[in-house]
Design a protein around this ligand. Sequence first.
Ligand SMILES: [Zn+2]
Ligand SMILES: [Zn+2]
Length: 140
Amino acid sequence: MEDADLDHARANHSGANHAGRCQCGGVRFEAAGPVIFTSNCQCGACRRATGAMFSTWVGFKDEQLRWLTKEPDFFASSPGVKRGFCAACGTPLSYQGEKWAGETHLLIGVFDKPENYKPIGEAFSDEALPFAYHRPPTKY
Ligand SMILES: [Zn+2]
Ligand SMILES: [Zn+2]
């Protein structure tokens, strides 16, 4: 079997219905159950952490998430905040903060099927770059 098939079989076995990885595959994860939220974040800290104009986050309860490899490395971007990344390839992966204790938020781009996570929220739109929106943001 190809690696991807093995991953798929393992995910099915565990009941996980979400899967993803960093660019090099050194950090892989799966999650089971419903996503608790999907949201864009326009804040400056996410912008710096990802290098992208804004970020899209997919949230899970910690107990839904399982790292299939080692955990990512973590950087504390501010007090009480852990941002996970792969030290080998540099891919940013996750966010955990005391403000949302018990949750892990994962960046949309690291999922195997990012098309499944349409953002329905818009956080920190006051910090958005003036050209961040192609059309006015929808707030929920
Ligand atoms: Zn990696
Ligand atoms: Zn943010």
